[in-house]
Design a protein around this ligand. Structure first.
Ligand SMILES: [Fe+2]
Ligand SMILES: [Fe+2]
Length: 397
């Protein structure tokens, strides 16, 4: 049976049944467009109208719009147009038997669509003491030709329900879009932060006279060790970025020491060693996890597992884990790369030296990780290695 064949007005029990039928559908729907359609459907059935539409104010464009009116796609009209505009402006309902005999009627939509409007009801959609739109029913169907006062009361009931529901959906959508904007901003901020750290790391590398992407390799190796050690993805990322700053303190060492070609005197060596304290001092007042970790690494990457390192002679697990990890990576890269005072060591010598440092210079478990996955770690120094494929530069020979 088609909708129009069941044409008698609904009793109160039937209206209640319809409301109960629609409530779960409406509660489950969060999109404004779909809610408008559901509400229009509900309204049409309750007041026995041929067409129903909910018009909402578009504050940006100063128009009324409805996304889904029956038989019509999105429509836009001026705020003051027709019966809807009248209800919006005055906050009063409209109950009209013949639209064409009422001066408030705007015939343009009939002319455009070829539809013929006769009886009309409109009801303002009010929420929090403001009119947010208008509910409109057009052309009574069934045994009665016109909408009655009872229909108007029912339209009011649905309008109150619709206004509250749509208001919360709009609020939820605004919150969702605000949350997405915040997320985007946070991502932008984080990538700017990481970029600055990378640049700062490169400045320190340039200052340290290091060549050939040393800090990036140390960071990548530190991240890999952290992964095999079982740290979380977040911790691995922090270690990667924090390791970029392990020698930041070298920005505070004078050129006469940093660029001295020959052997350092005792006092020059002491000055050189102070880069760990300078780095930690530069970073330690930060409140972010990343820079706190960077301060730990900068301050303790020359400490040794056996307590014979510098500057604080920390021993074992008193050395922050990130610094223990970065220390292994730093030495692996220093041995495997050429420096102005030495050529790159041969692979076997590097491996032997790392093994010899197990439990003395380095935490045993970290050496085990390196040895167990040696080919993967050492690929950094092989021309066809995975590191090179990742875009990391090999050391300059
Ligand atoms: Fe260092
Ligand atoms: Fe280094």
């Amino acid at each position: 049976m088609s909708y129009q064949e069941n044409a008698t007005d609904l009793g109160d029990g039937e209206v209640a049944a319809l409301l109960f039928e629609y409530m779960p559908k409406i509660a489950a729907e969060h999109k404004t467009d779909s809610l408008l359609m559901l509400m229009a459907d509900l309204g049409r059935q309750i007041v026995r109208a041929d067409r129903c539409s909910l018009w909402l104010i578009d504050e940006e464009r100063n128009e009324l719009w409805t996304k889904v009116a029956h038989g019509v796609s999105e429509l836009r009209i001026p705020l003051s147009a027709g019966f809807v505009g009248y209800s919006l402006k005055t906050g009063k309902p409209v109950l009209v038997e013949d639209a064409y005999r009422d001066s408030r009627f705007d015939r343009r939509s009939d002319i455009k669509s070829g539809y013929h409007t006769t009886s009309v009801m409109t009801m303002p959609l009010e929420s929090d003491d403001r009119v947010m739109g208008v509910f409109q029913a057009i052309n009574k169907i069934g045994d009665n030709v016109f909408f009655s006062k009872k229909d108007l009361e029912r339209l009011k009931l649905i309008s109150v329900y619709s206004a509250k529901t749509i208001e919360s959906a709009i609020r939820a959508q605004k919150l969702e879009s605000y949350a997405k904007q915040l997320e985007r901003k946070a991502e932008e901020l984080e990538s700017a932060h990481m970029e600055l750290i990378r640049i700062l790391g490169e400045v320190s590398e340039f200052r340290s006279q290091e060549v050939g992407d040393h800090i990036h390799r140390v960071s990548e190796i530190s991240r890999m060790i952290a992964r095999y050690y079982g740290l979380s993805a977040e911790q691995q990322k922090l270690i990667y970025y924090a390791s970029l700053l392990h020698d930041l303190g070298k920005v505070g060492i004078p050129d006469t020491v940093l660029k001295k070609g020959g052997r350092l005197t005792d006092s020059e060596y002491a000055q050189m060693k102070s880069h760990s304290i300078i780095g930690r001092t530069l970073l330690r007042d930060s409140k972010t996890d990343l820079l706190c970790m960077a301060a730990d690494i900068a301050g303790a990457h020359h400490e040794r597992w056996d307590g014979l390192g510098y500057p604080d002679k920390l021993k074992g697990e008193n050395i922050p884990l990130a610094a223990r990890i970065c220390a292994v990576a730093d030495v692996l890269d220093a041995l495997s790369s050429p420096r102005c005072y030495k050529p790159a060591w041969a692979e076997k010598l590097v491996k032997d030296e790392i093994l010899k440092s197990r439990g003395t210079h380095f935490q045993p478990e970290l050496v085990d990780i390196l040895i167990d996955h040696w080919d993967e770690f050492y690929s950094c120094y092989r021309p066809d290695g995975e590191f090179i494929k990742k875009g990391l530069l090999p050391p300059v020979k």
